[in-house]
Write a protein that binds this ligand. Structure first.
Ligand code: P6P
Length: 339
């Protein structure tokens, strides 16, 4: 290879975080250290997922989590890795995990000023089929008066200081955004063991004729949702139907929607009146990513997702997120129905 083809200006996540920190004169470096612990957790989980079939980590762990789902071995390992990483950086005071009924409170050291929410292995029910799963995370800065209890986390996604997800597919893809910032995508180089900036300043296309929803639930959908989805499938004279793409793993459906555009929806319905996806560690973190990429994220009442306050740490919500114009179509149809 000619030397002119070698890119020597590689931006690793580590370098990116250092540069971000220097933009904020008041920065203490605590957030940077927290993000290093996050990236270590993603690298570790990626390692185990890559090898899971080889070292028999697929299949059931024989235990079940708080919501009664059969836990996969990797759910347990992913959760343990994440908790250990958050504890070891001594910058996290409160941690909420999809796998833990109660929030985890670490010793209140002077630098433990953050709360973290996470779904360590989201989509794990697809794991044995080799479908991409992911880790979804959000970071909140605790107030001076924080009690270090779960109440610290019953706040809207608009207060997130950072959020994102890592999708464990052919390679590990990390997407991260900070409040008021852009959305940046990194690809794990397994040889270097570094996340490399491969998708700087990601922007979601304003429109795209792709919809992503589990139509197996259409029997339970409310009228406006039925009318909306039918408008995509049966566009009327001369119209072209949308393409349907549904993986059933939120991180994978979200990543495709972010890259290609379109809409992802998991509406609240008659079967799941509060929706299925969790506010704290699925809907709100994704909401910040999609808004910062120029899209929209709303709940089933057409409320901005980032304004939704969870009633408890495992609270659920309906969600529509994606290209600005595609989500606006949902809003416009719901308005006709009085929302
Ligand atoms: P359904 C996976 O179990 C998950 O939590 C999300 O990752 C995914 O978007 C959704 O549930 C899929 O749910 O009901 O379509 O299988």
């Amino acid at each position: 290879v000619g030397t002119e083809n070698i890119n020597t200006e590689i931006i690793t996540l580590t370098r990116f975080l250092t540069e971000e920190q220097t933009k904020h004169k008041e920065a203490t470096g605590d957030f940077t250290l927290l993000c290093h612990a996050l990236q270590f957790a993603f690298k570790s989980i990626a390692y185990y997922i890559r090898r899971s079939t080889l070292i028999n980590l697929t299949g059931l762990a024989g235990s079940s989590n708080t919501t009664g789902d059969d836990q996969k071995k990797l759910d347990v390992i992913g959760n343990d890795i994440f908790i250990a990483a958050m504890r070891s950086c001594a910058r996290v005071r409160v941690l909420v995990s999809e796998e833990e009924e109660e929030c985890i409170v670490f010793p209140a050291g002077p630098n433990a000023r953050y709360a973290v929410v996470c779904d360590p292995i989201d989509g794990s029910s697809n794991l044995d089929a080799g479908v991409s799963v992911g880790t979804i995370f959000g970071v909140y800065l605790l107030g001076e008066d924080a009690a270090g209890t779960k109440e610290d986390l019953l706040k809207p996604g608009s207060e997130l200081v950072a959020s994102g997800f890592t999708m464990y597919g052919a390679s590990a893809q990390l997407v991260i955004t900070m409040r008021g910032g852009g959305v940046n995508g990194f690809t794990l180089d397994n040889a270097l063991g570094e996340f490399i900036l491969t998708h700087p300043e990601m922007r979601i296309p304003k429109t795209r004729a792709i919809y992503s929803v589990n139509e197996g639930n259409s029997l339970y959908w409310e009228e406006p949702v039925k009318e909306y989805v039918n408008s995509l499938k049966y566009p009327g004279e001369g119209g072209k139907p949308y393409s349907a793409r549904y993986i059933g793993s939120m991180v994978a459906d979200a990543y495709r929607t972010l890259l290609y555009g379109g809409i992802f929806a998991y509406p609240a319905d008659k079967k799941s009146p509060k929706g299925k996806l969790r506010i704290l560690y699925e809907c709100a973190p994704m909401g910040l990513v999609f808004e910062n990429a120029g899209g929209q994220a709303i709940d089933s009442n057409m409320k901005r997702m980032l304004d939704v306050v969870p009633e408890h740490i495992h609270d659920r919500s309906g969600i529509f997120m994606g290209s600005w114009d595609e989500v606006q179509k949902v809003v416009d149809i719901h308005k006709k129905h009085g929302y």
